[in-house]
Design a protein around this ligand. Structure first.
Ligand SMILES: *Cc1c(COP(=O)(O)O)cnc(C)c1O
Length: 228
């Protein structure tokens, strides 16, 4: 691994190449630097290199770093417990991991209290892997229909995490299924539900995700090196 700066240059090049290979614009793919276990000074190094989007999967870690890093958008990408929404509602630009009506309702209630409309993604467990959070593909339209009634929550798209042990072929198929599901939801024209974002792809598989339409890729180790 190189320095954070070198790694970022390389990841950004690979993102551009994957986008162009898929006939897409590199600027249509946004890089989220995943900062779990990474200290504030190394995060600042990434921010100094032009990173604007940061992702954390734990509420406590996000809150701990929030005041130390300025001029970035925070993304909550990990599982979110309903009782922790109150800690992050004023801090995050996008919540990627909404997987129940109860969670969406709590986000709506907390967002209303502070006069915010919170952008969210629905997390779908496409692979059906038992250890994964997320709703099934079949639950997606009904959940979107229920959320459609909420005034302070706006669905922007879908998110998934591919299992680590899959073959590249199976991983790409999982990303393809999320893209097709997103199109299917979009065609229902549910009031207030947008399907403009697809959050998929991590250090090991972001190029496959870009080939299948990812608009957000979430990269940790590829930028900051292995986590201890
Ligand atoms: C840790 C994490 C990532 C980044 O994984 P890397 O393999 O370090 O790129 C992406 N998404 C989620 C939800 C994560 O928890």
């Amino acid at each position: 691994m190189g320095t954070v700066k070198e790694n970022l240059i390389s990841i950004n090049e690979r993102i551009s190449e994957a986008a162009l290979a898929a006939g897409r614009k590199p600027s249509d793919v946004k890089l989220i630097a995943v900062t779990k276990t990474v200290t504030a000074d190394r995060i600042s190094e990434a921010v100094a290199c032009g990173v604007h989007e940061l992702g954390e999967n734990r509420v406590q870690e996000l809150c701990g770093k929030y005041d130390d890093i300025e001029n970035v958008n925070w993304h909550l990408i990990g599982h979110l417990q309903t009782n922790k929404v109150k800690y992050i509602i004023d801090k995050v630009s996008l919540i990627h991991s909404v997987d129940s009506l109860a969670l969406a309702s709590e986000i709506n209630r907390r967002a209303e209290k502070i006069g915010k409309t919170q952008d969210i993604l629905i997390e779908v467990n496409i692979s059906g892997e038992e250890s994964k959070f997320g709703i099934t593909a079949d639950e997606c339209v009904p959940l979107c229909e229920s959320i459609s009634e909420m005034k302070n929550v706006r669905v922007k798209g879908l998110m998934t995490i591919a299992p680590l042990a899959e073959t590249r072929e199976n991983t790409e198929r999982i990303f393809e299924r999320l893209r097709l599901l997103s199109r299917n939801v979009d065609e229902r024209k549910i009031d207030g539900i947008e399907m403009s974002e697809l959050s998929m792809g991590m250090s090991g598989d972001f190029e496959l995700a870009i080939a299948q339409g990812a608009t957000y890729v979430r990269v940790g180790r590829g930028i900051f090196g292995a986590r201890s």
